[in-house]
Design a binder for this molecule. Structure first.
Ligand code: PHE
Length: 455
């Protein structure tokens, strides 16, 4: 059987890199990176982040892409082919994708809602106290927007790898970059913005605590879409001749550049428009995006247009990530059950919506229901990011670094890359740094979730 034709393939390296960058650049870049940067010493945090990205991040991204490309399979059969005992890592990765996709899509729906509010000019409404809480507890509306977001991503995965995923990313990713650069420049022209830029770019090394390292590493895993089966899946669609080492570097640069730009886009305007808010940059996640920023847009000059552009940009970022997540659910179905792509896409859409509804109700009619003190959405986030993901990354490092040997991956990289300068670094990182870092991340985040430490 010619697997290339039935599984689909990216047409070239650019197509692959933009799709993988589309997966990487997402809500994490926009709602957590700026917050961490503000909290952990500005440029000092950026430095730490880059350090972990070019070592641990690079190693795991290259490893996963290589595993996918070497086997031309989705995660479970790919890991099984490498070593039957480790097939469970593929299962964990697929499970993480299956858990994240629905709640990520719920948030994607919220983004569409805010985009719509700014588009129709309901700025003061969107910025009013209680608006967000009322919206997410409303059951019907969040469900409706979840359905819209899921269908938008669904249409793309129906289109296939080249005609769907690649094509859409080739349009959306450059658009996103232009918009984020444009909004950053606009923000910097506001009087008072320079103070914010200074706060961001002057490193405060006193804030570089062990916690800053943990935050940077956890953020890097999420931001690069590591250990979710995505890079293995996308790697399985990559052409054998495309330079894997270079592609990995480009994905890292893209993702990190957008994260830094997001900080430049968000922090200086806060300083310019509302020094009070700048005092309290404590919001990360939904609080920053759906409460703080709308309030900012309501008082900043041109806020309605800026807000509409902003939420459109976030929508692009979320959509390209969710497409990769949906593909990571679809691909194992096609490989494992030999069903058609269309059928698998339909199941994926159905799963995303139905399980997404659990999160919707978690904020609505079931808001009293918590698991270990966590709301349903937060619980799903916790299990996937801080349990499944570290175990998958840890296991992958043990499998490649110690059982099969780094050569399994470096040979695959070298068949397409003339120069693989980071090979010595790779060999070291996969064997030592990754296992230590992943275990540490897991323990610390579990402690943080239960309030023993704060991140
Ligand atoms: N990397 C994406 C972000 O930064 C999120 C994501 C995580 C996407 C896992 C796919 C898989 O938001």
């Amino acid at each position: 059987m010619d697997t290339t034709n039935t599984r689909g393939q990216f047409s070239n390296k650019l197509g692959f890199v933009l799709a993988a960058a589309g997966s990487s650049v997402g809500l994490g870049n926009i709602w957590r990176f700026p917050y961490y940067t503000a909290k952990y010493g500005g440029a000092a945090f950026i430095l730490v982040y880059v350090l972990v990205a070019v070592t641990i991040g690079f190693t795991l991204v290259a490893t996963e892409i290589a595993i996918g490309r070497k086997t031309s399979l989705s995660p479970i059969p790919a890991y099984r082919k490498l070593c039957a005992k480790f097939a469970f890592l593929g299962l964990f990765a697929d499970l993480a994708a299956a858990i994240i996709t629905p709640y990520y899509s719920v948030i994607g729906g919220w983004v569409i809602k805010y985009f719509k509010e700014f588009l129709v000019g309901n700025v003061s409404g969107a910025a009013s106290d209680g608006f967000f809480g009322e919206f997410i507890s409303g059951n019907f509306q969040p469900a409706l927007y979840l359905a819209i977001f899921t269908l938008l991503g669904g249409i793309v995965i129906f289109g296939g790898v080249e005609k769907g995923i690649e094509k859409v990313n080739k349009i959306m990713m450059p658009t996103l970059v232009v918009m984020i650069v444009g909004l950053s420049i606009y923000g910097l022209t506001l009087p008072g913005a320079m103070e914010g830029l200074e706060f961001l770019l002057v490193p405060d090394f006193s804030k570089i605590t062990p916690m800053a390292f943990i935050a940077a590493t956890g953020q890097m895993f999420y931001s690069l879409s590591i250990a979710m089966g995505i890079l293995v899946t996308y790697g399985s669609y990559m052409q054998k001749k495309d330079d894997l080492a270079q592609a990995t570097l480009q994905i890292e640069i893209f993702d990190t550049a957008v994260a830094i730009l997001a900080a430049v886009m968000i922090i200086p305007p806060i300083f310019a428009v509302s020094p009070n808010m700048a005092q309290d940059l404590s919001a990360a996640g939904p609080g920053l995006m759906f409460v703080t920023l709308p309030k900012l847009f309501a008082i900043m000059p041109g806020g309605r247009v800026v807000g509409a552009f902003f939420f459109f940009l976030v929508l692009l970022a979320a959509l390209t990530s969710s497409i990769s997540l949906m593909e990571a659910i679809l691909s194992p179905l096609v490989d494992g059950y030999k069903i058609s792509r269309n059928k698998a896409a339909t199941y994926t859409i159905g799963w995303t919506f139905v399980i997404g509804m659990l999160s919707v109700f978690g904020y609505g009619i079931w808001s009293d229901f918590t698991i270990f003190g966590l709301q349903i959405l937060d619980f799903m986030d916790f299990i996937s990011n801080y349990v499944l993901m570290p175990i998958t990354a840890f296991g992958t490092a043990i499998l490649i670094g110690w059982i099969l040997g780094p050569k399994t991956v470096t040979d695959e990289i070298e068949r397409s890359s003339e120069t693989f300068r980071r090979k010595p670094l790779y060999n070291f990182t996969i064997r030592y740094l990754v296992p230590v870092a992943t275990m540490f991340i897991m323990v610390m985040h579990i402690l943080a979730t239960f309030g023993v430490v704060t991140l």
